[in-house]
Write a protein that binds this ligand. Structure first.
Ligand SMILES: *Cc1c(COP(=O)(O)O)cnc(C)c1O
Length: 233
C-alpha cells in the first residue's frame, strides 16, 4: 500500500466516526508529506520545532501544522507565527510563553492540555489536580492570546487493550467534568486528542475527537531526524 492509499483509508475510516485525522509526519520527507497532501490530507503533526519550521517553509501554505511533541518554552517563538494547535501543553510557564508569543504575532493560539494517564514514568503531562489548579489560577484568567480547546493524552504502551480502554475512558470522564466546571459557556472546548497507530480504534470508542496517526500511514520511521532540503531554499 502506498502512502496515498493508506492516507485515504485511515482518513475515511476515522472521519466516518466524526474524528479528525492528524497525519504524524515527524522524520518523514517533504516528498512523503506531499504524497499525503495530494491524496487530500491538510493536517500534519510534528514533534520537533526546527523540523516543523523547515517543513512549514517548504510545503504548501494551506497545511495545518500541529505541534504534538514536548515543547520547550524557549522555542515557542519559532512556531508562534503559524502553528495551528499545540497538543502537549503541560505547564503554566509554557502556556504563559505561548500567550506572550501569540500576542506578539497578533494571534490567538489554540492549545490542548496534556494529561498524564499512562502507567509509565516516561510520559509528559499533568495530573488531574494540576490541571484544575492551572485553570483556577489568576495567571490563566489573564491570558488573552491562548485558547484551551481540549485535552491530549498518550496511553500506556501495552498490548493490554482493556487497560488502554480504561485509561481513555477515565480521561473522557475527566474531560466531561472540566467541560461542566470550567468551559460550560465555551463552545471551543471540545477536542480530545487521543489515539495513535496502535490504539486509535480504542481511542475513538472512548471518545477521541482527533487521532494522531504516523507509522500506519507513512510506514515505519527509519531516520531519526528529518534533514532540511537546503537546495530548496
Ligand atoms: C509519534 C507520535 C504519534 C504517532 O505515532 P505512530 O505510532 O507512528 O502512529 C502520535 N502522538 C505523538 C505524541 C507522537 O509523538
Amino acid at each position: 500500500m502506498s502512502i496515498a492509499d493508506n492516507l485515504k483509508q485511515y482518513k475515511s475510516e476515522v472521519e466516518s466516526d466524526g474524528v479528525k485525522l492528524i497525519a504524524v509526519s515527524k522524520t518523514q520527507t517533504t516528498e512523503a508529506i506531499l504524497e499525503a497532501y495530494s491524496a487530500g490530507q491538510r493536517v500534519f503533526g510534528e514533534n520537533h520545532v526546527q523540523e516543523m519550521v523547515d517543513k512549514h517553509s517548504q510545503l504548501p501554505q494551506d497545511i495545518e501544522w500541529h505541534m504534538i511533541g514536548h515543547l520547550q518554552s524557549n522555542k515557542v517563538k519559532y512556531i508562534a507565527p503559524f502553528v495551528n494547535l499545540i497538543h502537549g501543553v503541560d505547564s503554566l510557564k509554557l502556556l504563559q510563553e505561548i500567550n506572550k508569543q501569540a500576542a506578539k504575532n497578533k494571534r490567538v493560539i489554540d492549545c490542548l492540555l496534556q494529561v498524564y494517564i499512562a502507567d509509565e514514568d516516561t510520559k509528559f503531562g499533568l495530573g488531574h489536580d494540576e490541571i484544575i489548579e492551572l485553570l483556577r489560577s489568576d495567571e490563566y484568567a489573564e491570558f488573552k492570546n491562548i485558547r484551551i480547546v481540549g485535552l491530549m493524552a498518550i496511553a500506556t504502551n501495552t498490548k493490554n487493550e482493556k487497560q488502554i480502554a480504561i485509561e481513555f475512558h477515565e480521561l473522557k470522564v475527566f474531560f466531561d467534568g472540566l467541560k461542566v466546571s470550567f468551559f460550560r459557556k465555551d463552545d471551543h472546548f471540545k477536542a480530545l486528542s487521543t489515539g495513535m497507530s496502535s490504539d486509535y480504534k480504542i481511542a475513538i470508542e472512548e471518545g477521541s475527537t482527533m487521532v494522531r496517526i504516523g507509522s500506519a500511514i507513512f510506514g515505519k520511521r527509519i531516520t531519526k531526524h528529518f534533514k532540511a532540503d537546503v537546495s530548496a531554499n
